[in-house]
Design a protein around this ligand. Structure first.
Ligand SMILES: *[C@@H]1O[C@H](CO)[C@@H](O)[C@H](O)[C@H]1NC(C)=O
Ligand SMILES: *[C@@H]1O[C@H](CO)[C@@H](O)[C@H](O)[C@H]1NC(C)=O
Ligand SMILES: *[C@@H]1O[C@H](CO)[C@@H](O)[C@H](O)[C@H]1NC(C)=O
Ligand SMILES: *[C@@H]1O[C@H](CO)[C@@H](O)[C@H](O)[C@H]1NC(C)=O
Ligand SMILES: *[C@@H]1O[C@H](CO)[C@@H](O)[C@H](O)[C@H]1NC(C)=O
Ligand SMILES: *[C@@H]1O[C@H](CO)[C@@H](O)[C@H](O)[C@H]1NC(C)=O
Ligand SMILES: *[C@@H]1O[C@H](CO)[C@@H](O)[C@H](O)[C@H]1NC(C)=O
Length: 387
């Protein structure tokens, strides 16, 4: 009984330190769920008829410490709600979702039966930085009220049934780092404003019904990491400005399955891209400048199913190229010897006008003959010997 007091007076510093620690501990155990936030969450749970994902949301326990999918700040306010993958989350997102005023991170996705529009109450979540509604069955347009979420850095509305155009109001979200509107039914043009979002590093608009040209402003993005505009109905060619991207290296650039046509501007040969996918378009003319020995970052080049026509004998192949598909074009000439020395994992040069010996070397003969077939006169392993 006496001992603690004695110790405190002798080892004053240790004692205050311990008191300090225990007060910290008190603070964290005082992280009791704010009752307003708790009631809001319970309202969401009941709205979805106590769906299985909310099984731990027990009214008798603390929402901050005992409920999965939830995180709180030091004051017991809910800052994060992350729930995903369930078949029994059925119906619309309830307006109650907007009654979590401290929410920074909302990920509510992969619920195939979550339908209806994106509710206006989402616009009340002023502190939201991360909004992920991917993989639901949401319908209607991309609402303008999203532009009220000024701190938003991550916006993923992919894999829903959204319709209409990409609204210009999104341009107000200047902090966005990632935008995914992929796999919806969006129409209209790709707005130029994406090019002026200084922090935008990933833009995924693939698999929609977007028309019109690729905006040249996108080359202005100083932090671009990946862009995918594939599976749309884009027309025109690649903007000439794409020869001088503000970003030193772009990891992923895909514009496959569009209605892009005409020659690719020569300037595009200067772009530094790791994975470049141009397949299934109507590009014509020369593409030899996409290859060159100094393109050390290029590992995947896929230009199949276009109308390219150039002499392949003259291309200078980059040393790290691992995946090459030039099939279904009008490419002529022969396969350069250097092709046999590359670290290739996949190759397809079929359905062109190529001729001559397939380069020797251990690598090329391991691929299937079909990868070289339907050319003018290619020969040697894995095809039949040359005469
Ligand atoms: C959900 O759970 C609450 C509380 O346990 C209960 O009152 C309510 O009837 C349940 N609703 C359904 C649809 O099961
Ligand atoms: C709630 O969480 C706290 C802290 O993690 C734990 O001590 C307590 O046992 C949990 N209560 C229930 C009912 O799970
Ligand atoms: C998705 O929503 C549409 C209505 O917008 C509905 O017809 C369809 O059945 C829903 N799909 C699923 C899997 O719930
Ligand atoms: C971009 O990100 C940086 C670093 O995270 C941040 O300091 C800056 O304010 C952001 N720019 C905008 C326009 O939000
Ligand atoms: C794109 O090409 C397809 C097939 O060639 C065609 O049916 C469609 O009308 C074209 N769309 C546009 C917008 O040009
Ligand atoms: C291209 O990217 C590589 C890194 O992958 C870098 O070393 C090289 O300097 C870049 N080239 C140019 C022209 O920016
Ligand atoms: C392709 O280029 C090579 C090397 O310069 C040349 O020998 C050949 O005649 C050219 N082939 C055609 C069809 O122009």
């Amino acid at each position: 009984m006496h001992a603690p007091t004695l110790r405190c007076s002798i080892l004053f510093f240790t004692c205050t330190f311990l008191l300090f620690l225990s007060s910290l501990n008190l603070a964290s155990s005082a992280k009791v769920c704010n009752s307003h936030d708790k009631n809001t969450l319970l309202e969401i749970k009941y709205h979805f008829n106590n769906a299985s994902v909310f099984a731990t949301w027990d009214p008798d326990t603390d929402c901050c410490s005992n409920w999965t999918e939830i995180q709180c700040d030091a004051h017991g306010r809910v800052t994060m709600l992350e729930a995903s993958i369930a078949d029994d989350v059925i119906g619309e997102i309830p307006p109650a979702i907007g009654e979590l005023p401290y929410l920074q991170f909302l990920s509510f996705g992969s619920f195939p039966h979550l339908s209806g529009p994106i509710p206006p109450s989402i616009g009340k979540l002023k502190t939201l930085q991360h909004l992920d509604l991917n993989g639901n069955n949401l319908s209607g347009p991309i609402p303008d009220f999203l532009s009220q979420l000024k701190d938003l850095e991550y916006l993923d509305l992919g894999s829903n049934n959204l319709i209409g155009q990409i609204p210009s109001s999104l341009s107000k979200l200047s902090k966005l780092k990632l935008v995914s509107l992929a796999t919806n039914h969006l129409s209209g043009h790709i707005p130029a404003f994406f090019g002026y979002m200084k922090n935008l590093s990933e833009l995924y608009l693939l698999d929609n019904k977007l028309t019109g040209p690729i905006p040249s402003s996108l080359s202005q993005l100083p932090n671009l990491f990946a862009i995918n505009l594939g599976l749309n109905q884009l027309t025109g060619s690649i903007p000439a400005s794409f020869g001088s991207f503000k970003t030193p290296v772009i990891n992923f650039f895909s514009i496959y399955y569009n209605n892009l046509s005409g020659p690719i501007p020569r300037s595009f040969g200067k772009a530094n891209i790791t994975e470049l996918n141009l397949y299934h378009n109507k590009f014509t003319g020369d593409a030899s400048f996409l290859f060159s020995r100094d393109k050390t970052s290029l590992t995947t080049l896929d230009i199949d199913h276009n109308l390219f026509s150039f002499n392949f004998s003259k291309v200078d192949l980059p040393q790290n190229l691992a995946n090459l598909d030039i099939s279904h074009n009008n490419i002529y000439g022969s396969l350069p010897n250097r092709l046999g020395q590359l670290p290739l994992k996949s190759i397809d040069v079929s359905f062109n006008q190529l001729c001559g010996h397939i380069p020797t070397g251990r690598r090329l003969k391991q691929f299937k003959p079909a990868m070289f077939s339907n050319n003018k006169c290619l020969c040697g392993p894995p095809l039949a010997p040359c005469n």
